[in-house]
Structures are given as C-alpha cells and as structure tokens.
Design a protein around this ligand. Structure first.
Ligand SMILES: *Cc1c(COP(=O)(O)O)cnc(C)c1O
Length: 332
C-alpha cells in the first residue's frame, strides 16, 4: 500500500486488471481497457469532453440515465435528444440524423430496469456508450454491440468506489484521438486521451486507491476462475428470480417493473400494497442487521430495493426472503 503507483507491483496489478477484464468480457480484437480516478460520475463529464462531437441521444427512465444526459448538456454541444420513459419501464433509442453518441444505462439502478446492449443500426460513425456501473460483472451481453462499456468497481465487482474503468472499441479510440487533436479545451483530468496513454502504461493520471485496485483484481480473478460472465450472470439470475418469484406469489407484493423483459437481475424492486409500510419493514430489517433494502430515495415508492450482485450467495437471498416473510407476518 505504501509504494508509488509508478512502481512495478502496482503497474502489474493494473495490468492484471486490464487483461482480466478483457478475458471476462470476451473482448473482441482491438478493444482496450482504460481507467482513471473519479468514479462513473467523472466519466460522464469525460464523455462530454472527450467523446461527444456535436450531439447525443440519451435514454432516460430514472436517476442515473438522467444524470448522464445532463452531463451531455454543455455549452459546446447541441442539446441532447432525450428518449424518456416512466420510471419502472423503458423506451428504445432510435436512429437520428446528426447524432454522434447514443447513451443509456445498462441497468437503471434507481428503478431496477435493464436495457439491451444493442447497436442502433444505420449510422456507422456514431458511438454507443453504455453506463454499466451496476450491471457490469453481473449481466451477460455481447461487447461488440457497444463502443464504450464503463463502470465503477463498487457494485458487482465488490470493490470500493472512486475509480472508473471502460472497455473501449477501436472506433471509440479513434474518436478519443480525434477530439483530443481538435481545438476543444479539455481539462487534463477529464481527457480520455490522457487516460488512454496512461492506461497503456498500466497507470492512472494521478494516484489511485490501491486497495480499490487490489479488491477489484481479486474479484475479477474469482469470477474468471468460476466460469466468467456466463457463470456470474446465471448466479445473479438465480438470486433475483428468488425475489421476483416470491413477489409474484405474495398477495401484498408485486414487482415494480411490470414488464418481465425490463426486469433487472442485479437490482430487484418490489412494491407493496397500502396495507404494508415498506419503510417500516426496511427499518425493522435494519434493526436486525439486514441492511440496505431501502428504495431509491428520490423514487418515493412504497417498496424495497435489493441488490443481487454476484458476490452475494443465492442462499443468502433465500434467507432474506424468509426474513421479509417473518417480519411481514408480524407487522400490522
Ligand atoms: C452507482 C452508479 C453510478 C455512480 O457511480 P459513482 O462511481 O458513484 O460515480 C452511475 N451510474 C450507475 C448506473 C450507477 O449504478
């Protein structure tokens, strides 16, 4: 922990993370892993400075999609086209002339809505950007269907926050180089060209949290050893299915996301009818050391929200369901 991130032990660690992620995500030829400090929130601004040319189209059906769209609303870009849907559902991106960046959250963490990783056909020059912060590592997909798949490691990668990582396609690398060569002002911290050059040397621009890198590398190795993305996705599916099946069968509960195709396998949201005070339920669970079942604060629904990330044992999710049942039977 005390050594410089320019020294071999740390550079080797970053190198292992970069190659481990290429293996885990079955990266097509030419894709690279780049990283930098500041978490996914910093990447939103980096995308606005370093990837957007003129105009983006953004899928928004919750808090995180909305923040990404806001970051792409800048003085040097045209206002993005917002494709909006009600929280708990989603709409579809569509081909639009003049758009050079299509952006969406893979998993809308505030509501538990999943979106397919799929290219918009029709424009070979436009880039696809996927905010995969809560999905990455727990949901299977085809990386060739996006140009930038970015995330922070505090969710399925069971590490800590403060870092962003992105798998970038050759097309995205070309765009990064072209924007950096233009006359646009780009702060060094938000320059993906600077991040790309440093990442190729297994470094970050400034000092990263070494513990975050260590925990991330450990989780990637654990995932790859166990069967990679296919295994991870089957495990989160098993965990989330336990909760969805319970909610479907319970007379007072139901899945918030009504369309089963939109339901996330890594964040499960369950609505309760008026006879149940879900906030009280979450509070009682917390008093008994079963924590973080609370809904997203700004959504304001009578619901529980449970992360079924890959590090969680499905047997623990089974035990959680029993605990919820136990409390519900005794609440009035
Ligand atoms: C958690 C989350 C973020 C924010 O990540 P930070 O590292 O805290 O900036 C962004 N997008 C999604 C989809 C998330 O789930």
């Amino acid at each position: 922990m005390g050594t410089s991130h320019r020294q071999a032990p740390i550079k080797d660690l970053v190198g292992e993370i970069r190659s481990g992620l290429l293996e885990f995500f079955r990266a097509p030829e030419g894709y690279e892993v780049i990283l930098g400090n500041g978490g996914s929130t910093a990447f939103w601004d980096a995308a606005a400075f370093s990837l957007a040319l003129r105009k983006a189209q953004a899928l928004v059906h919750g808090e995180f999609g909305s923040k990404f769209a806001n970051a792409l609303t800048t003085p040097w870009l045209e206002a993005p086209t917002i494709v909006k849907a009600e929280p708990g559902s989603r709409a579809e991106l569509y081909p639009e002339v003049g758009v050079d960046l299509y952006v969406y959250p893979h998993n809308e963490t505030s509501t538990g809505v999943i979106a397919p990783v799929k290219r918009i056909n029709g424009d070979a020059d436009a880039l696809m950007l996927t905010d995969a912060t809560s999905a990455a590592g727990g949901v299977d997909f085809d990386l060739s269907q996006t140009d930038v798949y970015y995330f922070a490691p505090q969710k399925n990668f069971a590490s800590d926050g403060g870092l962003w990582l992105a798998l970038v396609s050759p097309k995205a690398i070309e765009r990064i180089e072209a924007v950096a060569a233009s006359d646009r002002y780009i702060p060094e911290f938000l320059s993906l060209k600077v991040a790309l050059d440093n990442s190729r040397l297994n470094q970050t621009l400034n000092t990263p949290a070494i513990a975050t890198l260590f925990l991330l590398n450990d989780q990637i190795k654990w995932l790859n050893r166990n069967g990679g993305l296919t295994w991870a996705a089957a495990r989160t599916k098993e965990s989330s299915d336990l909760l969805y099946a319970w909610a479907d069968a319970h007379p007072k509960a139901k899945a918030f996301v009504s369309n089963p195709d939109h339901r996330s396998q890594v964040v499960v949201t369950i609505d309760f009818d008026d006879s149940v005070d879900a906030a009280k339920l979450a509070k009682i669970l917390r008093e008994n050391n079963i924590v973080d079942t609370d809904p997203y604060r700004k959504l304001g629904r009578n619901q529980l929200r449970v992360a079924t990330f890959v590090a969680t044992e499905p047997s623990d999710v089974k035990a959680l369901v029993k605990c919820i049942e136990f409390v519900l039977e005794r609440m009035s």
